[in-house]
Design a protein around this ligand. Structure first.
Ligand code: FPP
Length: 277
């Protein structure tokens, strides 16, 4: 297992330690991505305003990230704000989410330092308000030297736009270097993704029960295992991350190859007969 930073298992709760003890170190994921959904419903179930759901959701972000850091998860990639959220949600909600992000960074950078967490971002972040970008850059620079978990926040992010941006980047490179279409390969496209050094997620978790990808990391999730939980994001904690990893460790990943119990492999039978009865 490649783990980030120093393991701090003793800092897990007793409940978390019990689940962690069942995990196989050699089958730990390198990157866990999460679609954090259900903040609005969490608030609705309590007859609260939606913004309070987002506020609780920000609390979950920090707690889950700290558990990830304690178990040495190298990468945690969270879908915090999609390009579609930016375009389609009421302005008041978008403005609140921007203020929440700024406050979140202000209040949690010290905790990121204490937990050796490095912060990065993916998405069309240059379209976010200037003061938010300034705060993001401050948090990224402050944590850049940390060697534990890398927390990637996807902000103003969409998987399709990431591909458009990657193709634009690649075509600009081709023009500059006078390269032909033959140079286009999966590796070449990958080099132009927002975080080209980020490994593809091994596990994608979606909270609140929806069976959708919602335009998240479309290029990177080709062989990612998906785990959907009914739990709403504001109720999601480190223990639930560990439970999802435990479930993931029971999956057989085949990457298009053959798995155990797949039938006997034989010589090419030559003739193919299809008997229709
Ligand atoms: C989905 O819930 C969540 C979002 C659109 C935003 C995610 C934001 C957070 C988790 C909090 C802020 C994060 C940071 C990093 C400060 P929804 O509103 O779509 O919920 P619903 O589907 O129940 O309405």
């Amino acid at each position: 297992m490649v783990s980030a930073g120093t393991l701090r298992i003793e800092d897990l709760t007793a409940e978390e330690r019990a689940v962690y003890a069942t995990l196989k170190p050699e089958r730990m994921p390198q990157n866990v991505a999460i679609i954090m959904d259900g903040n609005g419903r969490w608030a609705g179930h309590r007859s609260l305003k939606r913004f309070l759901g987002h506020q609780q959701g920000a609390n979950s972000v920090q707690l889950v990230t700290e558990t990830a850091a304690r178990i040495g998860l190298p990468w945690l990639t969270l879908y915090a704000f999609s390009l579609e959220n930016n375009l389609r949600r009421p302005r008041a909600e978008v403005n609140f989410l921007m203020r929440l992000l700024t406050t979140y960074l202000d209040s949690n950078v010290q905790r990121m330092m204490d937990n050796n967490i490095r912060m990065r971002y993916i998405g069309r972040t240059h379209e976010l308000p200037a003061e938010v970008q300034k705060k993001m850059l401050w948090a990224e620079e402050a944590t850049a030297g940390n060697t534990g978990t890398t927390l990637i926040l996807a902000l103003n992010y969409s998987g399709r736009s990431e591909m458009v941006d990657a193709f634009r980047g690649l075509t600009a490179e081709m023009k500059e270097k006078h390269l032909s279409a033959e140079c286009i390969s999966e590796e070449a496209i990958h080099r132009h993704l927002y975080a080209a050094d980020m490994p593809d997620p091994d596990l994608l978790i979606r909270t609140s029960g929806e069976m959708r990808l919602s335009n998240f990391l479309l290029w990177q999730i080709a062989y990612t295992e998906i785990f959907v939980t009914e739990r709403l994001w504001p109720d999601f904690r480190g223990i639930h991350l560990l439970e999802a990893i435990a479930d993931f460790q029971h999956r057989e990943r085949r990457f298009g190859g053959l798995g155990v119990g797949c039938g006997e492999v034989e010589e090419d039978p030559g003739q193919i007969k299809i008997a229709v009865s």
